[in-house]
Design a protein around this ligand. Structure first.
Ligand code: NAI
Ligand code: MG
Length: 338
């Protein structure tokens, strides 16, 4: 196999967890033909822009990418490159599964999927500040854009994913009681789409704040949750917490003709450069990438080796209770791959 794909190592812990992931992919002989490109803070420093044209061009050619996390400055500076890529390539569904692998956790047997609408809502960046009485930032305004088409394709993706993966229920998560326009449209379109799957996939809906509480008290009542961009961003970190933290949660950004795979977490500047980051989230994202190119067998082999290593617990990283380095952990996974 030699499938062309774009590789972006990214910022902070990105290069460390990408290295670990490449080793594991090599161990199963999953030979992507990598076109290595840059993005994020590193690209700004080396090339004067956080999203070089050649990176966009590479992804336009390959339509398939594995990406480390990218640092986005808070408040000022360049806008999120992640958001730009998702919008530019219409990667409208962000699939974020969480599954228990670490023994003796607060929660066992978690197996949930969040599908996040990935191109609209408050994250479109329609923002402005209004000057009053000499204060240039007396008022701030952020506008959410939600379209029927955007809701429809994200929710339909969630139902199709349910069918394809033997999942029983889709929960539409919203705030239509307060955000009647934006969240109301998402809920209404969601219910319309659900009608097409009557008798095949169950549907229910829940208000976002109650959803957060229910996820903590009784996460097993959920199966797939589909929601708008910002709610999905927040809930997916919460859900990562159910299975041991951000080091455990992968994500796939999927569009009709392109897909980009990454971890849910960011560049973790607090631990960058120390060689201690947990590569599990990115390795699991690479497994989703293998699934995507019909290499499910290799993906399952890696998942089994990963889970075996984590359950044994002698070569895991410190965020999940061990003291191995990023690469020691990856090498332990590889020994299981034989
Ligand atoms: P973060 O997800 O980078 O880190 C939050 C906490 O989780 C930190 O304590 C970190 O050490 C820990 N953590 C994250 N991943 C870990 C791993 N693999 N192993 C062990 N511990 C891990 O979130 P934060 O600090 O809010 O954001 C840092 C930067 O990342 C920001 O610039 C943000 O914009 C960016 N970011 C980028 C994303 C992407 O590229 N898709 C997604 C989320 C944030
Ligand atoms: Mg996030």
């Amino acid at each position: 196999m030699s499938i062309p794909a774009t590789l972006i190592r990214g910022d902070g812990i990105g290069p460390e967890i990408i290295e670990a992931t490449l080793r594991v992919l090599e161990a199963v002989g999953a030979l992507f033909d990598w076109d290595e490109q840059t993005a994020g803070l590193g690209a700004l420093e080396s090339e004067g822009t956080p999203l070089p044209d050649c990176t966009v061009e590479s992804f336009r050619q390959t339509r398939l990418a594995l990406k480390g996390p990218l640092t986005t400055p808070v408040g000022t500076g360049f806008r999120s490159v992640n958001v730009l890529l998702r919008r530019e390539f219409e990667l409208y569904a962000n699939v974020r599964p969480v599954k228990s692998m670490i023994p003796h956790q607060r929660y066992d047997d978690i197996d949930l999927v969040l599908v996040r609408e990935n191109t609209e809502g408050l994250y479109v960046g329609f923002e402005t500040t209004i000057s009053v009485g000499g204060d240039p930032r007396a008022v701030a305004q952020s506008t959410a854009i939600v379209t029927r088409q955007g809701c429809e394709r994200a929710v339909r993706f969630a139902f199709e994913y349910a069918l394809a993966n033997g999942r029983k229920k889709v929960t539409i998560c919203h705030k239509a009681n307060i955000l009647r326009a934006a969240s109301g449209l998402f809920l209404d379109v969601g219910r319309e789409v659900a009608d097409d799957y009557k008798g095949k996939v169950e549907v229910d809906d829940v208000i976002i704040d109650a959803c957060a509480m229910k996820l903590v008290l009784d996460p097993w009542q959920f199966d797939i949750i589909v929601t708008t961009n910002m709610f999905g961003d927040i809930l997916s970190d919460l859900m990562a917490g159910l299975v041991g933290g951000l080091g455990m949660a992968p994500g796939a950004n999927i569009g009709d003709d392109a897909a980009l795979f990454e971890a849910v977490h960011g560049s973790a500047p607090d631990i960058a450069g120390k060689g201690i980051a947990n590569p599990t989230a990115l390795i699991l994202a690479a497994c989703m990438m293998l699934d995507h190119v019909d290499e499910e067998e290799n993906a399952d082999r890696i998942r089994r080796a990963l889970e075996g290593t984590i359950r044994e617990g002698t070569h895991t990283t410190r965020d999940i209770g061990g003291n191995a380095s990023t690469l020691e952990f990856a090498d332990a996974v590889n020994r299981r791959l034989g």
